[in-house]
Design a protein around this ligand. Structure first.
Ligand code: KIV
Length: 249
């Protein structure tokens, strides 16, 4: 899958996107034909035991991106720029390059107008950029939790401005996290690039999930917008239990 391929999926078959944090996850999801895989900084909570994504480092992202990239997925492999890694244009470009050297084919960062200079600089280096608007997990402390965005008129207006700014800056698609579904649908209809929703209703061009939420294996918390497949977790636990029981015979 290429960036253009993802772009061309706008308005067509829904774009399925999932997080992959290592070689085996990337292999398994790729075998299912998922067109877009993200080495998300959600790996901080899911694999590193951190309380949120704010403590994830570039070294963490490079380590996991390398592992996922070794699967050589047919899917487009994007990786998150972690918090503080794109606070200036120079930092954003050099860290985006490091993720590409680790095997990512595109990078994602959170924010709209405030990071547009960084986005332009990244895109100017030929690095495909995936936007992320709505609830911004890297700002969870400032925002006081994981709250829906776009319910108030001023928030909806800010989302429109941010989305248009990302398009102008050259983003090839944009993740909409916890955006009021009506606004997500409006943005999807208005923007020339695909929208990929997470907890933003059914009307985006695609949907992304933290894979371990789908599998019900996320250790501490599964958000309300996911219908976790509990049987995956229980089958894994039963397999371990049976193996332990077999040992006793
Ligand atoms: O870090 C992450 O996993 C994300 C999501 C959009 C799922 O950014």
């Amino acid at each position: 899958m290429t960036v253009d391929g993802i772009r061309r999926m706008k308005g067509g078959a829904p774009i399925a996107a999932l997080t992959a944090y290592d070689y085996s996850m990337a292999k398994m999801l790729d075998a299912c034909g998922v067109p877009l895989l993200l080495v998300g900084d959600s790996l901080g909570m899911v694999t590193l035991g951190l309380p949120d994504t704010t403590g994830v480092t570039m070294e963490d992202m490079i380590h996991h991106t390398r592992a996922a990239a070794r699967a050589k997925p047919r899917a487009l492999l994007a990786a998150d720029l972690p918090a503080e890694s794109y606070s200036t244009t120079d930092l954003a470009v050099s860290n985006a390059q490091r993720l590409l050297e680790a095997g990512a084919e595109a990078v994602k960062a959170e924010g709209g107008i405030v990071i547009c200079e960084q986005v332009r600089a990244i895109v100017a280096q030929g690095i495909p950029f995936l936007g992320h608007l709505g609830m911004l997990p890297q700002r969870v402390k400032e925002e006081g939790g994981y709250k829906i965005k776009g319910r108030q008129a001023d928030e909806a207006a800010a989302l429109r401005d941010d989305a248009n700014a990302l398009v102008d800056a050259g983003a090839f698609a944009v993740v909409l996290e916890l955006v009021e579904p009506k606004i997500a649908a409006e943005l999807t209809a208005a923007l020339p690039i695909p929208t990929i929703g997470i907890g933003s209703g059914p009307d985006c061009d695609g949907q992304i999930l933290v894979t371990t939420d789908l599998w019900a294996t996320s250790p501490d918390y599964i958000p309300r917008h996911v219908q976790p497949h509990e049987q995956v977790k229980s089958e894994m636990q039963t397999t371990v239990q049976n193996w332990m029981d077999d040992m006793k015979r």
